[in-house]
Design a protein around this ligand. Structure first.
Ligand SMILES: Cc1cc2nc3c(=O)[nH]c(=O)nc-3n(C[C@H](O)[C@H](O)[C@H](O)COP(=O)(O)OP(=O)(O)OC[C@H]3O[C@@H](n4cnc5c(N)ncnc54)[C@H](O)[C@@H]3O)c2cc1C
Length: 766
């Protein structure tokens, strides 16, 4: 029987490995790569993949047996990101994190933690440029140079269970250890605790600095075993009732896993040095809560048993390295537009009391930015260690800003950016600082090409021949209308309809039921930034008479902005009226509900009345004027995600165009090496599918499933690439080196949608 292919093994014959000293005591090995990534949480995984996809040889060392860090089955934190549980629209991450979200949705809609581990492992193993070292704890760093200009020469780790001491030599190192051990041993400048208000001018920072930080957490899962199951409380468990925990925290017997995020402690200790003590305390709290659920008599928990209790404390915060830029509260809330932006965040600034589970104040406080904010490359490399990058929770951010960047989808995209940045700096032979400065155009192109999560960065890549092509399509959607009713929503709260205004809006009609003759007041607003979906400056107001009964009401809200952008129409509350829900969400549109928030959320910073959407449907409406928002040229250059509009080509409906195609043509033949297609995977769907909530569709319904690339040869179309059963956003078709004058992508339409949607079509030069 032929041996089965396995993961890359290290041995004397391994290209990266040399056995220096044989087997006398322990095996000493040296692995030389272009880039060494230390720590295999989501930041480290994405850093390694990001660099490997740029053609660099990478080693990824992870000190535990599974990948994923806090998201892994060992800790089980759910992966959140810029969508902020759906508060931010069109905000889901793309790039490697986006691939993971979409693939996990298909393979693992129930959020099984082991399937997630598997997905991460498979993703890393799929990259032939990555050497993966599990169970390898990096504990030594060889670095030299003066304090202001340190250089890391190598790092060394112990592979537990294998008696191997492995030295990693590389010109570039990326510290993704979370705790920042590598940078610390290398002499990198870092911050811990809470900076004083005066240092960065942050209103949420304390007047006086301290060493308090967010604490660590251990989670647990329970299950119904179908028959009575007893629990005998261990002597070390905390009496949680006596400790006052149930008075200040919600405990229900159906809560599991990350719903207990507030089992947090250690923020007033040294989260790393005191890790063992913190674990003991957290387990004592977990078992104490479980005893309370099982034995207090307050819960219907007789048939419940413990299924899993964490043994590795999930750490939230420790070192934050100082980079060329320190991200601050203002950068998050004012959405600073960095030239060197390489990604976006969107989670609220989410800070916790340092007393953790024993604190009497709420377990967290939140301050939401108005929309996604930008993240600069300069927060991803050390200020004083010339060859050290960092990604994840140890990046260059103030304690307050870190309160937002720390969520894992954001850590992941920062990892990808650090990987791409490190690789590109090597390719261009420039410093990280120069990459963020005079070479920023190359950086931005690499990020766009990787379909990274960047906002407002246009594709201007000279290697993309599509930028010089004519574009035409078999059909194009020119109307915005959702006219079939799926029931009604009483207009007891204001409703907001976001829709693209490109180039004009000439009013809309809405379908309503009126209990009596009344008036519908509507206002039209600009949004405060292209990535924000909140009403800002008012541009028009109308009051329309409404007859009793059902009718389409015309609202003559007209607007011709200087450049195409989103408009936000508010239908003001009127208890006499109900607005019809549509059966369909038009691309680029979303309907929001304005909710008065409960008193406890009514402090200024948290106020966010527009945060609920009519998920899966919008209101019944029809725009009076045609739209150019979906023109074929949208696939060429421009932005590859919603930003001031949907930024994609949308074909006519399947009934009129069953096999929509889009064509690029050139005046003279061009040499094309590959065609890169980005399909619309609906970045408005919040895919927090790891233990948190379940999205119904396993494959995003807006995705094109079957498509082919054809080139015109001798008067006929010849197929050169095909994809079937697609479930990802990005498709790269390698054409070798093909002279082409006309090229088209022919699609079979999307799975359940009525038309084809393409975000980008790139023809990369051979
Ligand atoms: C209980 C809890 C709740 C949270 N809630 C959320 C949430 O709801 N959603 C969300 O997205 N985020 C949440 N966070 C934050 C988030 O989990 C972290 O910020 C995130 O995991 C940081 O990612 P990372 O890759 O930098 O670090 P980690 O996930 O900590 O990964 C670092 C990895 O490096 C490895 N490592 C460490 N030292 C070494 C070494 N010396 N050598 C080799 N490997 C090493 C570790 O084993 C680990 O696997 C929460 C955190 C906690 C603890």
């Amino acid at each position: 029987m032929a041996p089965r292919p396995g993961p890359p093994r290290l041995g004397a014959d391994h290209p990266c490995s040399t056995r220096a000293k044989g087997r006398s005591l322990v095996i000493e090995e040296t692995i030389r790569t272009d880039i060494a990534v230390l720590g295999g949480g989501l930041a480290g995984i994405c850093a390694a993949i990001g660099a490997a996809r740029q053609g660099r040889k990478v080693v990824l060392a992870q000190n535990r047996p599974v990948l994923g860090g806090n998201s892994s089955s060992e800790v089980r934190v759910w992966v959140c990101g810029a969508t902020a549980h759906g508060i931010h629209l069109f905000a889901r991450e793309t790039g490697i994190m986006g691939e993971l979200f979409v693939e996990n949705q298909f393979r693992n809609p129930e959020g099984n933690p082991y399937y997630w581990d598997l997905l991460l492992l498979e993703k890393v193993r799929a990259e032939r440029n990555i050497t993966l070292l599990l169970n390898t704890d990096v504990t030594e760093v060889d670095a030299d140079g003066p304090a202001a200009a340190r250089v890391i020469r190598s790092v060394t780790g112990w592979m537990s269970g294998s008696e191997r001491r492995i030295t990693l030599e590389a010109p570039t190192f990326i510290d993704c250890t979370g705790d920042g051990l590598v940078g610390h041993l290398a002499g990198a400048e870092y911050m811990t605790g809470r900076e004083p208000r005066a240092q960065f001018g942050e209103s949420w920072a304390p007047e006086v600095p301290d060493q308090n930080m967010l604490g660590s957490t251990i989670l647990f899962y329970s299950k119904d075993v179908g028959e009575p199951s007893k629990f005998v409380r261990p002597a070390f468990a905390i009496d949680v009732a006596a400790a006052g925990i149930p008075e200040h925290r919600v405990i229900r017997q159906d809560m599991k896993g990350c719903a207990f995020w507030w089992i947090e402690w250690g923020g007033e200790l040294d989260v790393v040095l005191d890790n063992e003590r913190i674990r003991d305390e957290l387990q004592a709290v977990c078992y104490g809560i479980w005893d309370h659920i099982k034995n207090s008599g307050e819960f219907d928990a007789e048939n419940l048993s413990l299924e899993w209790v964490g043994s590795v404390p999930g750490k939230r915060e420790y070192r934050r390295f100082v980079g060329e830029h320190v991200l601050t509260q203002q950068d998050v809330l004012e959405q600073t537009e960095f030239e060197d932006r390489i990604g976006f965040g969107g989670w609220s600034i989410d800070l916790h009391p340092s007393g953790g589970v024993y604190a009497t104040e709420p377990g967290s406080k939140h301050w939401h930015p108005d929309g996604n904010y930008h993240l600069p490359l300069r927060m991803l490399f050390s200020k004083n260690v010339s060859n050290m990058w960092m990604a994840g929770r140890n990046i260059s951010a103030s304690h307050v800003a870190f309160g937002s960047t720390r969520v894992m989808a954001t850590c992941a995209l920062l990892g990808e950016a650090a990987g791409i940045g490190a690789a590109l700096a090597q390719q261009l032979d420039v410093s990280p600082s120069a990459l963020a400065g005079e070479h920023v155009a190359e950086l931005r192109r690499a990020m766009v090409r990787a379909d990274a999560s960047v906002l407002g960065v246009e594709n201007d890549d000279p290697a993309d021949l599509a930028l010089r092509a004519e574009v035409r399509a078999s059909s194009t959607k020119t109307t915005l209308a959702s006219t079939q009713s799926a029931g009604t929503v009483p207009l007891v709260d204001d409703l907001g309809l976001v829709l693209p205004v490109d180039p004009v809006l000439d009013g809309i009609d809405v379908l309503v039921d009126a209990e009596s003759t009344t008036t519908l007041r509507a206002t039209l607003h600009a949004t405060s930034a292209p990535q924000n979906y909140l009403p800002a400056a008012e541009v028009a107001e109308v009051s329309a008479a409404v007859e009793r009964g059902r009718s389409w009401v015309h609202l003559p809200l007209a607007w011709k902005p200087e450049t195409a952008q989103n408009g936000f129409i508010v239908l003001h509350a009127n208890r006499e009226l109900a607005v019809h829900r549509g059966t369909w969400v038009e691309p680029g549109t979303v309907t929001m509900i304005h909710r008065e928030l409960p008193d406890k959320e009514r402090y200024t910073e948290q106020w966010r009345a527009w945060k609920e959407t009519l998920h899966g449907s919008g209101i019944c409406f029809r725009a009076s004027s045609p739209t150019d928002a979906f023109r074929p040229e949208q696939v060429r250059g421009g932005y590859a995600r919603p930003y001031g509009g949907p930024n994609m080509w949308v074909s006519g409906q399947a009934g009129e165009d069953p096999q929509p195609w889009i064509e690029l043509s050139w005046a003279e033949p061009v040499q094309i090496g590959s065609v890169e297609v980005i399909f619309d995977d609906d970045v408005n769907e919040d895919l927090i599918n790891l233990h948190h909530h379940r999205t119904e569709a396993e494959v995003m319904p807006t995705l094109v499933q079957d498509a082919r690339v054809e080139v015109k040869v001798d008067g006929g179309w010849r197929e050169v690439a095909r994809i079937e059963g697609n479930r990802q956003r990005r498709w790269i078709a390698d054409l070798g080196e093909l002279p082409v004058q006309r090229l088209r992508v022919v699609t079979q339409g999307a799975a359940a949608s009525r038309e084809t949607r393409l975000v980008a079509l790139r023809a990369i030069t051979a």
